[in-house]
Design a protein around this ligand. Structure first.
Ligand SMILES: Cc1ncc(COP(=O)(O)O)c(C=O)c1O
Length: 382
């Protein structure tokens, strides 16, 4: 059937070259993938109590009814306690539980920004943040980091239109952990200019090399964003949360009610079980299991001036100038069966993001061998 000329889609994402790259690429090369090094989830399963909690929740009437917009009270309370401990003070802010932290980020943009406002992202940025800005009708302004992917407070070009600054620590894709002092400096700079600071800590527990866990919050001007997808391995259940100043509560509730109404009850019960069952020691033990994987990959990628990421479970690896990251990805999949993310997705075309998080130790060794050959050929053919 021929569509009438007047049927068209919105132009929100027209400027986005990378739209649905992952889907398109998987459709074309899905059958060629032997080693998938794109995954943003760890290799472990959630704590055993999670399954039990889901089964129990299936028998409860309230599971099937609408519930509290900001989340089930028990989970909200546990999160509140955890944040008080994390920030070593009563953070006193409101908690919003959402269907994954990506949804939370969109809520935050809609609550804080007017169409046309500017949001500062640091390059390399997390691609969903960039896309969310376009969806919300705000302008992502991308600012460069230093040679080790560290945001420099002095390079922040805050304009009259800047509404918020976003940092990710540990970074995705950089793995860069930003120190508490630096987060505080960024905050002070922002706060004095009436600009919000959003700190995304999706990989908060994935910190290596004896680096201290770095966190920063404030009762005003900062929104801290977290997820159950990574440390607790609940990505498929879609639960995240953020804490924010209470004077935003009315509009935050309105936005959440309109978009998701609330996060799924079964998923929230699972998150509560994971939370209660995953002591600090449990998480530390899991994260320790990443160390040998990280070292195996490091042996390979360190040959190419790669920054030794001290967080996350990625390496952001430079490639020769003579090839774009899209072409390099295509080459690696076609010749070596290795799928990685092109740096272009994160705003840097001469890099590849290589994730080792979801592999078994055996797969890690095999994938690293293959990657070793693949990167050597890429660099030798430059
Ligand atoms: C930095 C960062 N923030 C947020 C997310 C999304 O987390 P969620 O699964 O909670 O939406 C990811 C997932 O890859 C991420 O890397």
């Amino acid at each position: 059937m021929i569509s009438p000329v007047s049927l068209s889609s919105s132009n929100r994402l027209l400027s986005l070259e990378e739209t649905s790259w992952v889907t398109q690429f998987s459709e074309t090369y899905g059958q060629d993938i032997i080693y998938n090094l794109t995954m943003g989830t760890p290799f472990w399963s959630p704590p055993t109590s999670v399954q039990q909690a889901i089964i129990q929740s299936c028998g409860l009437t309230e599971t099937y009814r609408y519930g509290a917009t900001c989340g089930i009270p028990q989970l909200e309370k546990e999160i509140g306690k955890r944040l008080d401990l994390k920030f070593a003070s009563s953070c006193g802010n409101e908690v919003m539980i959402c269907s994954g932290s990506n949804q939370g980020f969109l809520n935050i943009l809609l609550c804080l920004c007017n169409p046309g406002d500017e949001v500062i992202l640091f390059r390399p940025y997390y691609f969903s943040h960039y896309t969310a800005c376009l969806l919300a009708g705000v302008k992502p302004v991308v600012v460069d980091t230093d040679s080790e992917f560290l945001p420099q407070p002095q390079s922040l070009e805050i304009s009259v239109n800047t509404k918020l600054v976003v940092v990710v620590s540990p970074g995705n894709p950089s793995g860069r952990v930003i120190s508490t002092d630096r987060l505080r400096s960024l905050y002070q700079l922002c706060f004095h200019r009436g600009v919000w600071l959003v700190i995304d800590e999706a990989y908060e527990h994935f910190i290596f090399d004896g680096i201290e866990t770095n966190s920063f919050s404030a009762t005003d001007g900062v929104i801290n964003l977290f997820t159950f997808s990574k440390s607790y391995s609940l990505a498929g259940l879609r639960v995240g949360y953020f804490c924010y100043p209470s004077y935003l509560r009315k509009s935050m509730l309105e936005i959440q009610d309109t978009i998701a109404t609330h996060a799924c009850h079964l998923a929230q019960q699972a998150a509560l079980a994971a939370f209660n069952d995953s002591s600090k020691e449990w998480i530390q033990k899991q994260v320790q299991e990443m160390v040998p994987r990280r070292e195996i990959f490091w042996q390979v990628v360190s040959k190419y001036h790669t920054y030794r990421a001290n967080g996350g479970f990625f390496f952001f690896v430079p490639i020769p100038d003579s090839i774009t990251s899209h072409d390099a990805v295509q080459y690696l999949i076609q010749k070596y069966g290795i799928l990685v993310f092109p740096g272009q997705l994160f705003g840097m075309s001469n890099y590849l993001r290589i994730s080792y998080g979801s592999l078994s130790l055996h797969e890690t060794k095999e994938a690293a061998n293959q990657l070793n050959d693949a990167l050597a050929t890429l660099w030798n053919n430059k």
